[in-house]
Design a protein around this ligand. Structure first.
Ligand code: ZN
Length: 267
């Protein structure tokens, strides 16, 4: 049981010296195992209707979203690119949101896919979720909240109750996985950086936030990701400080036809 031994060592370290804020003593390899535990629980839960593509067309539609993630991965040095999974699952439902758990497990509601208007906007959102995984925000947040040993018990399948509780709050972002403002800004900064090294227009994410914040009924994404105005300002500030961005596209038409195909399969 190597994990138990390393956790024991980490606890001794914790007790004997000052640990700087934000340091993650949970081993990165365990992020992947934790992500797999969350994924299994999400698939068991009746609250999440995770798409299991059955036809060639359904696989192609999931593949289209995955292709955006792969493009960002190919063009950038995303942390834990080799170790983590960075795979998208779609969840059927009208909720306008996306989330990531540990180890690169990414989830996107079909409601979000319909609310998005271009491939570049979706790339911004996916980049943001990839960054939550890459910078290990879930395990940083959960170790701070519950402690290392509780987290390793979840990995070992010994903390079913807590696992289910966290999973139940994922999509609506009620308590457990609501990230700090610092983590949200870190995710936006990385996503913007990655989009700069991609075919996508990097300010499309700001367009999307601007549009949804003006909607009469603000979508879930705004309750799990507060303060859109500040995020828009930050993205714009980042882009203004670099060289002018040219030759990037929204891929709007391609996206419109993707949405048409989504409707056609009833998603
Ligand atoms: Zn976020």
């Amino acid at each position: 049981m190597g994990l138990r031994r390393s956790i024991g060592g980490a606890l001794i370290l914790l007790a004997s010296c000052h640990v700087p804020a934000g340091l993650n003593l949970f081993p990165a390899e365990e992020d992947l195992r934790l992500g797999a535990q969350f994924d299994a629980a999400l698939r068991r839960s009746s609250e999440y209707s995770i798409v299991e593509p059955r036809t060639e067309e359904e696989r192609a539609l999931v593949g289209y979203v995955q292709g955006i993630v792969d493009t960002l991965l190919e063009r950038n040095t995303v942390p834990y690119k080799e170790l983590f999974r960075y795979r998208v699952s779609l969840i059927r439902g009208p909720i306008v949101n996306a989330f990531a758990t540990a180890g690169g497990y990414l989830y996107v509601y079909t409601g979000l896919l319909h609310a998005v208007e271009s491939e570049a906007e979706l790339a911004g959102i996916l980049g943001h979720e990839m960054a939550h995984a890459a910078y290990r925000h879930v395990t940083r947040q959960l170790t701070a909240r519950y402690g290392l040993s509780v987290l390793s018990q979840i990995v070992l399948g010994e903390e079913r109750g807590l696992l289910e509780e966290i999973v139940a709050s994922l999509g609506v972002g009620l308590a457990s996985l609501r990230f700090s403002r610092g983590f949200e800004l870190e995710a936006d900064r990385s996503a913007t950086q990655w989009l700069l090294n991609s075919p996508y227009r990097p300010d499309a994410m700001a367009d999307f936030l601007r549009r949804i914040q003006n909607e009469p009924r603000p979508p879930e994404l705004l309750s799990t990701h507060p303060d859109p105005a500040r995020r828009i300002r930050e993205i714009e500030r980042l882009l203004a400080s670099g060289p002018p961005v040219e030759g990037r596209s929204d891929f709007r038409e391609r996206y419109v036809s993707f949405k048409r195909r989504l409707k056609a399969v009833g998603w």
